[in-house]
Design a protein around this ligand. Structure first.
Ligand SMILES: NC(=O)c1ccc[n+]([C@@H]2O[C@H](COP(=O)([O-])OP(=O)(O)OC[C@H]3O[C@@H](n4cnc5c(N)ncnc54)[C@H](O)[C@@H]3O)[C@@H](O)[C@H]2O)c1
Length: 247
């Protein structure tokens, strides 16, 4: 059950964090996985760490020409996980206080990044009559929050809507398209400050499951959605958040 042997996946932004966990879980389930990241060294290091079934494929998801060229150079993609979603410039600021010239990166990565990658893989999936598209969204895309993430949330919501339409347009061609709306995730990178650790430990206590999410939690959901067994699941937005309230 849930065997991805023989399938090829692309996980965007998988040089670290949630995407790295997703890539590792897909590989454990038998897939070959292209490790994409904006930071080429990160993609290379992650692919190295994950072993022979991981292949680095660095590019900027927001640049259509680069996306197209990279995907053309790769083996046909059966499973696309649109995970890249946090621009390097991300900061928590309320809409009234965020200058106009800072809006772009949130929309570029979360809307255009998803459009670009889907465009580059969808014809091939339809021709082969098999494809799985999974977009990683957030509770910020399904509900209003007062934490200064309105434009990020708008981008995350756009990804959800787009998946629903892609699901309907391509359901007859063996392609499914779904979204995972994540709650707050555990960050373990060396750069995380003690303050950030204290804040996240505090937030973890508000999660009914008593902990923050991990890339592996999300990876298992991706393995299911990518599997043969999930062929009847499409156009859905699934909250994976330890039971936190969603609207
Ligand atoms: N961290 C959380 O608490 C949380 C909560 C809800 C949803 N999410 C979503 O989960 C996904 C992964 O988040 P994360 O916390 O692991 O992020 P992260 O910032 O730790 O890692 C994401 C990777 O994406 C890469 N990236 C950024 N822009 C890119 C681009 N234009 N093209 C290619 N790669 C790019 C970065 O270089 C980075 O290595 C995102 O879509 C995010 O919105 C995260």
């Amino acid at each position: 059950m849930f065997d991805l042997t023989g399938k090829t996946a692309l996980v965007t932004g998988s040089g670290q964090g949630v995407g790295l966990g997703i890539a590792r879980t897909l590989i454990d389930a038998g897939a070959i996985v292209y490790i994409n990241d904006l930071v080429a060294d990160r993609a290379l290091a992650a692919a190295n760490e994950l072993g022979p079934n991981a292949r680095p494929l660095p590019f900027d998801v927001a640049n259509f020409a680069d996306v197209e060229a990279a995907i053309l150079s790769a083996d046909p993609i059966d499973i696309l996980v649109n995970n890249a979603g946090i621009p390097p410039s991300m900061r928590a600021v309320k809409f009234r206080d965020l200058p106009r010239d800072e809006w772009g990166p949130y929309v570029d990565v979360n809307l255009y990044g998803v459009l670009n990658c889907v465009k580059a893989v969808l014809d091939g999936m339809c021709e082969r009559n098999w494809g799985r598209i999974i977009t990683i969204s957030s509770g910020a895309g399904t509900q209003g929050l007062n934490i200064g993430v309105s434009i990020y949330g708008a981008g995350k919501g756009a990804g959800i809507s787009f998946m629903r339409h892609i699901a309907m347009e391509n359901a007859g061609d063996g392609v499914t398209a779904n979204t995972l709306a994540l709650g707050l995730m555990q960050r373990d990178e060396p750069g995380i400050s003690e303050d950030q650790r204290t804040v996240t430990a505090k937030i973890a206590k508000t999660v009914p499951a008593g902990r923050l999410g991990t890339g592996t939690d999300i990876g298992y959901a991706c393995v299911y959605l990518a599997s043969e067994e999930a062929s009847w699941v499409t156009g859905q937005t699934i909250a994976i958040n330890g039971g936190s309230a969603t609207t």
